[in-house]
Design a protein around this ligand. Structure first.
Ligand code: UD1
Ligand code: MG
Length: 459
């Protein structure tokens, strides 16, 4: 049977108290809905339908690149059953439908597969035991242990509210069965909504088997309804990611003080100090050391790289044995060859530095390419912008730029040449030349400092 997936994500997420649709709130740097889609795709479904409503355009725009999603609009949010009913018309009648919620981000593919496998000719339903199930739907089982119904907390009596087994919202069943039951839903409940959960008791009444699968860990199927739950799940997820890094051979100085908002892979014997944030795709070689408070995004750091504390790296390729920071900023298009040293308050952008080049203190290196073993003095500025266009700077090998120099691009500085400290360089410097671009020092002899006039006393 072909598999079609329906993700319900039209709700307003009232309890978030937010202008952003709930599906777009992020966990580990990705929208909640993105997590769900990622898990779903591993099942290779024939189609993925996502029901959107509140903020539909915003949600669709955020996922505009994902061509395999077919969007379904639920104009009014009349409940989960009503949401599923909006999608059913687009679903092949002979397929199996897996329904899940856009606000349950950490569900694993294995659990979804177990649900699909459990459906058979009936219904597969994922449940979980929660110590404190609050406002979640309760799973009511009969004396024979089989699931009989799902009762929403608000519609439950005290006895039912005491049940700890809850509905995760994940269920699978044949499309024809779902279509028939959705037609029969009524909104005679506390919230006046059409509940998808009522499909269960209706099917049971017809003798359809409901096969429950218990999720092994409650966090995996936890829904996010407010910002406290979002924060709790973020911490849970970060702990899992930290654990995976440690298993792959990384030392974390404190596994509870790292944030991974993307994908990080690491070789052996990397050491990561506290409060480091990773974003996007980050690849670490062997023996990389990252200091406290660094923020590293979309970067490759080769073997033996040392990042000192509070360094910000975005879109950079850093070769083996480079040393960067503290307080350095590597912007997109930065490429450092082996053994480059970058010190405090140095900013690079679209800049390639040759092996062994050093810029140890206070500098702006934009649109710059250097050869090997250059020394760029403190306070050097590559003036790459004329107010309209950006221009490049080229340094050869073994170039020495004296402190507090400005190089006005476009400009070339040849191999083994020097720029004297305090120069403003506007013309090309050739091989082996010393460029001095500053006014000559003049000393005035016999200089006496001005004397302050004495205040006159008032008579
Ligand atoms: C729902 C379930 C509850 C379950 C819990 C698990 C129902 C009636 N209740 O409650 O049994 O324990 O999830 O997290 O199904 N949605 C729409 N359109 C609507 C209403 C909701 O698309 O008209 C979407 C929401 O965007 C959300 C999902 O359905 O992604 C669940 O809605 P929500 O309001 O969060 O339901 P819960 O109260 O969490
Ligand atoms: Mg919810």
């Amino acid at each position: 049977m072909a598999l079609e997936v329906v993700v319900l994500a039209a709700g307003q997420g009232k309890r978030m108290r937010s202008r952003l649709p709930k599906a777009l709130h992020t966990l580990a740097g990705r929208p909640l809905l993105a997590h769900v889609l990622r898990s779903v795709r591993t099942l290779r479904p024939a189609r993925i339908h996502v029901v959107v409503g509140v903020g539909a355009d915003e949600v669709k725009a955020a996922f505009a690149d994902e061509a395999d999603v077919s969007w379904v609009l639920q104009r009014q949010q009349l409940g989960t059953g009503h949401a599923a009913a909006q999608a059913i018309g687009d679903i092949a009648r002979d397929s199996l439908v897996l329904i899940l919620f856009g606000d349950v981000p950490l569900v694993r593919a294995e659990t979804l597969r177990a649900c699909v496998d459990a459906a058979g000719d009936g219904i597969g339903l994922v449940t979980a035991d929660m110590p404190d199930p609050m406002d979640l739907g309760r799973i009511v089982r009969g004396a024979d242990g089989h699931v009989r119904a799902i009762v929403e907390a608000r519609d439950a009596n005290e006895e039912t509210r005491a049940i700890r087994e809850i509905n995760t919202g994940i269920m699978a069943m044949p499309a024809a069965l779902l279509a028939a039951k959705l037609k029969g839903l009524r909104s005679n409940n506390a919230q006046g909504e059409l509940y998808l959960t009522d499909v269960i008791s209706m099917a049971v009444a017809d003798g359809v088997p409901v096969n429950a699968v218990k999720a092994p860990c409650p966090e995996e199927v936890a829904g996010i309804n407010d910002r406290m739950q979002l924060a709790q799940l973020e911490r849970f997820h970060q702990a899992r990611l930290a654990e995976a890094l440690m298993r792959s051979g990384v030392t974390l100085r404190d596994p509870s003080r790292i944030d991974i908002r993307g994908d990080v892979t690491a070789g052996e014997d990397c050491v990561i100090d506290v409060n480091v944030v990773f974003e996007g795709t980050v690849r670490l070689g062997h023996g990389v050391s990252i200091g406290a408070g660094a923020v590293i995004k979309d970067a490759t750091l080769a073997d033996g790289v040392t990042i000192h504390p509070h360094t910000v790296i975005d879109g950079a390729k850093i070769a083996a044995e480079c040393e960067i920071g503290p307080f350095a900023r590597m912007r997109p298009g930065t490429e450092l060859a082996e053994h480059v040293k970058i010190g405090n308050f140095v900013e690079t952008k679209k800049t390639r530095l040759g092996a062994g080049t050093k810029s140890n203190h206070f500098a702006y290196l934009g649109d710059t390419t250097t050869g090997e073993d250059c020394n760029i003095g403190a306070g050097t500025i590559m003036c790459n912008y004329d107010g309209v266009d950006k221009h490049p700077t080229f340094l050869g090998n073994r170039v020495f730029i004296g402190s507090n120099s400005t190089l006005v691009a476009p400009i070339k500085v040849g191999d083994d040449s020097y720029v004297a400290a305090g120069s403003t360089v506007t013309d090309e410097v050739n091989v082996d030349e010393l460029a001095i671009g500053r006014s000559r020092q003049r000393n005035i002899t016999g200089w006496t400092s001005p004397v302050k006039r004495k205040k006159q006393r008032s008579p």
